[in-house]
Design a protein around this ligand. Structure first.
Ligand code: GSH
Length: 262
């Protein structure tokens, strides 16, 4: 059985899932828990590769890590319209590079906000921890956040990076879209990867990405969201047209995470 390991609130995981679902690839989803799941993650990771999720494990076939590689693999495995048409490759690569940069900034911002947000900390714990223990288990969530910050070299001043890099990237997206529904002639991976840059400004609705209220708060940057209502409407429209809503409950095998940051 093909398995995708990921973190359901992470833009990188969402890009991989979107491509797999678009191509109607059959797979099961398993939630990765930072810190707690590190050993298992290293064990599954091919030698010489940085251990991270999303990771796509296909029996008897080399494991694929990284959202972009997984999305390309989905295109070879599944059906449906191409997300990587030759004519769009240059644009896809440009937006992918920018999206990766902005997602890194978003991770730094969310990790930093998580350490001051008890409700998001409680929500970020693994699902096997009962409700009455979540308050006292908050230090575990903070440990998870610190672990991610160290492992992925979080920025010391994410707000500065948002001003210097993320906002110009969104302005660039607005300029290139010019009010059109797609960056290229039709729906491609350029739209998927570019729209993920909006995830940290206001996450997409619960219908597509169910998040606890505290988690949703730390992923919401009102000052930036207020500057880009047109792009948020574009992103929501893409989801409405091209992404099947998720079941309210998280996919099988998913649970909490030592820290819901990504
Ligand atoms: N460029 C990679 C980035 C993946 C990435 O940074 N994943 C992080 C998200 S925070 C991760 O695996 N975190 C969990 C961990 O390291 O335990 C991609 O496109 O998939």
């Amino acid at each position: 059985m093909r398995t995708l390991y990921g973190m359901h609130y992470s833009g990188w995981t969402e890009k991989a899932r979107w491509a797999l679902d678009h191509h109607r690839v059959d797979y099961r989803y398993r939630e990765h828990m930072p810190l707690i799941g590190e050993l298992a993650l290293r064990w599954r990771t091919p030698k010489g590769t940085h251990p991270s999720v999303p990771m796509f494990v296909d029996e008897d076939v080399a494991t694929t890590t990284g959202s972009f590689a997984i999305a390309r693999r989905a295109e070879t495995l599944g059906q449906g319209s191409a997300l990587f048409p030759d004519s769009a490759m240059a644009s896809i690569q440009r937006w992918e590079a920018l999206s990766d940069q902005v997602l890194g900034i978003a991770r730094s911002s969310v990790v930093s906000r998580l350490s001051h947000h008890p409700r998001a900390q409680a929500e970020s714990l693994p699902s096997f921890i009962p409700g009455f223990l979540r308050g006292v288990s908050a230090p575990t969530a903070r440990l998870g956040a610190r672990f991610i910050a160290r492992k992925h070299k979080a920025m010391a001043d994410p707000e500065a990076a948002i001003r210097q890099t993320a906002i110009p990237a969104l302005e660039h997206l607005r300029a290139e879209l010019r009010g059109r529904p797609y960056l290229e002639d039709g729906f491609t991976y350029a739209d998927v990867t570019a729209c993920m840059m909006l995830q940290f400004t206001r996450p997409v609705d619960d219908a597509w990405m169910p998040l606890g209220p505290g988690t949703r708060e730390i992923w919401h940057h009102e000052a930036v969201a207020a500057e880009f209502p047109d792009l948020l409407a574009w992103r929501d429209d893409l989801y409405a047209k091209h992404r099947r809503p998720q079941a309210r409950a998280l996919s099988s095998g998913s649970g909490g995470a030592a820290s819901r940051v990504g």
